[in-house]
Ligand binder design. Structure first.
Ligand code: MN
Length: 194
C-alpha cells in the first residue's frame, strides 16, 4: 500500500490529519526479540516517542513475580525493527540470529510518572498484551546505575509462582534452538547442562 494519493490530495498545513506514521489512538507496540549473539539474550522493546526504547535482558522476561530480571538499557531502535528477524552477518554489530519471541501492544499504567517522564525517573509501569507476556509489569532503574534496570512481573491473573524459563517457551525447531543444538551436540551428548 502507498500513501501517495492520500498525501497528494491533502495540504498538511491546512488539515490536522496526519501525514505519516501510525494513526493516533493506535496502541503502542512492544516486542521481545531472542538474540543469539556472543551471548544469548532477549531484547525487550517498547514503542515510545516514535522509537523503540530497548533493554537487553540476559535471562529473558519472566511471568514469576519473584524474578527480578536484569535489563540493560541499550540504544533506541527504529520502529520498523519490531518485525526484524533473521541473521546478522559475522563482522556486524550483534552478529548472530534474531527471532521474535513475543509481540503485542501495551498501555502505560495511570500511576504517574510514566511514559517519557517515567523513563527519566527510572520507573515504568505498564500492561502487556502479547502472546506470552500478559498483564502488568514494571521496569525499574537500579539506584546508582546508569543503564541497569530490573524487569518485574506484577502479581495478577497472568502471574505464576512456578519457575519461568523464557527459553522453554520457544519452538524446539526455532533457528536459535537449532543452532544451539548443533553447537551442544558437538560439545557433549547425554545429560542436560545446568
Ligand atoms: Mn540484542
Amino acid at each position: 500500500m502507498s500513501l501517495t494519493r492520500y498525501k497528494k490530495i491533502r495540504d498538511f498545513k491546512r488539515t490536522p490529519e496526519p501525514d505519516s506514521g501510525k494513526p493516533p489512538g493506535d496502541l503502542p507496540i512492544f516486542v521481545v526479540q531472542r538474540h543469539k549473539a556472543r551471548n544469548l539474550h532477549y531484547d525487550f522493546r517498547l514503542e515510545m516517542n516514535g522509537v523503540l526504547k530497548s533493554w537487553a535482558v540476559p535471562k529473558g522476561p519472566s511471568l514469576n513475580p519473584g524474578d527480578k530480571r536484569l535489563a540493560m538499557m541499550v540504544e533506541d531502535h527504529p520502529l520498523d525493527y519490531a518485525t526484524f528477524h533473521g541473521v546478522i552477518p559475522e563482522g556486524n554489530y550483534g552478529a548472530g540470529i534474531v527471532e521474535i519471541w513475543d509481540h503485542g501492544t501495551y498501555t502505560l499504567s495511570d500511576k504517574s510518572p510514566n511514559g517519557p517522564r517515567g523513563l527519566k525517573a527510572g520507573s515504568l509501569k505498564f500492561t502487556l498484551r502479547g502472546r506470552k507476556l500478559k498483564g502488568e509489569f514494571a521496569l525499574a532503574r537500579m539506584s546508582g546505575s546508569g543503564n541497569a534496570w530490573l524487569l518485574i512481573k506484577h502479581r495478577d491473573q497472568y502471574a505464576t509462582d512456578q519457575p519461568y524459563e523464557s527459553g522453554d517457551y520457544t519452538a524446539k525447531n526455532s533457528p536459535i534452538n537449532r543452532a544451539l543444538q548443533k553447537a551442544g551436540g558437538r560439545k557433549k551428548s547425554g545429560s542436560k547442562a545446568s
